[in-house]
Design a binder for this molecule. Sequence first.
Ligand SMILES: *[C@@H]1O[C@H](CO)[C@@H](O)[C@H](O)[C@H]1NC(C)=O
Ligand SMILES: *[C@@H]1O[C@H](CO)[C@@H](O)[C@H](O)[C@H]1NC(C)=O
Ligand SMILES: [Cu+2]
Length: 350
Amino acid sequence: MSTFVAAALTALAAKEVAGHALFQQLWHAATCVRMPAGNSPITNVGSKDFICNANAKATAGKCPVPAGSTVTVEMHQQPGDRSCGSEAIGGAHWGPVQIYLSKVADAAKADGTANGWFKIFSDAWSKKSGGAVGDDDNWGTRDLNKCCGKMDVKIPADIPAGDYLLRAEALALHTAGSANGAQFYVSCYQITVSGGGNASPPLVKFPGAYSASDPGIKINIHAAVANYVAPGPAVYGGGTNRTAGAACTGCAATCKVGTSPSAVAPSGGKPASEPAAAAAPPAGGNSNNSGGGVVAAEPGNAGTDNASPCSLGAYAQCGGNGYTGCTQCGSGLTCKAVSPPYYSQCVASS
Ligand SMILES: *[C@@H]1O[C@H](CO)[C@@H](O)[C@H](O)[C@H]1NC(C)=O
Ligand SMILES: *[C@@H]1O[C@H](CO)[C@@H](O)[C@H](O)[C@H]1NC(C)=O
Ligand SMILES: [Cu+2]
């Protein structure tokens, strides 16, 4: 089993997309992973950044993967923190985790626009019995927390050998009730598949396959969710529909912190100069949202955000640990702690 390492997130950029809370970045570290350069989510599904994140530089390495084998994609929000005691993604950032492949000539150079993509994994949603609203339900990102930031992903046995980009996408829907409020955290892994067959899965283009108005992208999860259909095509036959809420398996259950190859975030980038987490996550307990995931606000921006009068719309973030943006909700709206202490948002005053 190959293990792709993704570690860690650094502090939040105070000026980023309104409504963004704590899961600023999936900050990956390994020789075959393209490290995201910034710490904002991608919110424009039509942008080229949607493919492999903004300014995520290709790296020289490629991870060798036999067709039919299982790889583990690992994603965390804290710098260097791969502990199971810290949530992989905090702040009630619920949504699907999906993985795509694109066959490329050279994984160390490709930008993912040449050949199209097929989905090999989806852990999206299932109704939580007794849950009142979507926030209560089972989601892929909730499983990511439960499984220590790891997702086991089977590489289909029948795809042709050669280079691929593997694109991991965690979609956070906590502000997705407003247009372009959905937050995508994406990263590309450079892999070389050996063995395999000659299948040709149907392909979609990125950007192009997702639309901002897709029902799986523009959705209010703070109300009851009757059904949720994740964006994009169906999972290809050789791939995996993981049931949201299912127990962690394989490496996701057994890989211990530190057993995977690890590396550090590039020096000179934001992570090195950012403050450490504002509060240490409590030991143990990574399966609910009361622990971990706390990041500090970026210094220098606090204050400027509040310098001018502001007014937020429905479902915009108005508070929460680390949040330094506007805290005033517009007329008819009240700032409500929907996921204390991480996340408050403007909701209709009652
Ligand atoms: C995954 O589920 C979708 C929707 O039910 C289905 O169309 C697709 O064939 C499934 N794929 C696999 C590999 O099970
Ligand atoms: C969440 O975890 C904390 C700390 O481990 C624990 O005290 C609390 O009871 C848990 N809450 C739920 C809903 O499981
Ligand atoms: Cu966010």
